[in-house]
Ligand binder design. Sequence first.
Ligand code: AKG
Ligand code: FE2
Length: 285
Amino acid sequence: MKIEPLTCAIGAELTDVNLGDAVRDDGLFQEIYAALLKHKVLFLRDQDLDKLSRRDHMAFAMRLGELETHPMAPSHPDAPGLVQIYKTPDNPPDRYENAWHCDGTWRETPALGCVLRCIECPPVGGDTMWANMVLAYEMLPAHVKQEIDGLIASHSFNASFAAAMPQDKRLAMKAQYPDAEHPVVRTHPETGEKVLFVNAFTTHLVNYHNASRVRFGQDFNQAGSDLLQYLIRQAYNPEFQVRWRWKPNSVAIWDNRATQHYAVMDYAPCHRKMERAAIIGDKPF
Ligand SMILES: O=C(O)CCC(=O)C(=O)O
Ligand SMILES: [Fe+2]
């Protein structure tokens, strides 16, 4: 297996390897996992269904942990647990993955990561981008790092994906997934790296207003929301990003604990079919 970095910031392509082999080969799996922790998102081409079956797609993901179910997206009929993200003329490209986000921060335990395969894609367009949120944290000015140390933020499903849902559905979702609170800076459980952990699902800073300091005499609510917006914007910096051009049978594996991503919706009225196994993560600290 060869590992070729795609940018200075994030992402590497794995070549000369079939992901299916890593289901049964521990050494290969460990090598891929080490590359994932280092590069944060890995890409592979030509992982056809006859080489990497749907069952093996799920089995590879299950080496990382238990599979997550999705409240809205349907599962594949032959592979329950594999979520279909199919954008077709009957299910036209909508506007819910084209926001910089970290998967499932509206849950108590956001996803550890995902394994996403492209089944069908438009001739051009429909790329996905990822951002390195460890680097985004590192590059913050020292006084901002100090200011956000110990801050907690609230995250809501309704803040992003559900904004366009009918109210009764939205309320049902809220009952099932009450808002979750997570540290603004989380520690990666395996690498120990600090990660800037706010995104499109983050609604407000929970304990900023209680800070016992006056900040330029400003209203704390406004200052807190300015600070949150500034932190959320860090993922938008191209210096922290990689952009991946899909082909059928390309696969991306991302560490959701250290990244955000954005699926570019620029391909209507073309089709795009993706299949995704998400892995349950732990509670951020
Ligand atoms: O379709 C994609 O490229 C990614 C969509 C997404 O946000 C996800 O699978 O979590
Ligand atoms: Fe996502």
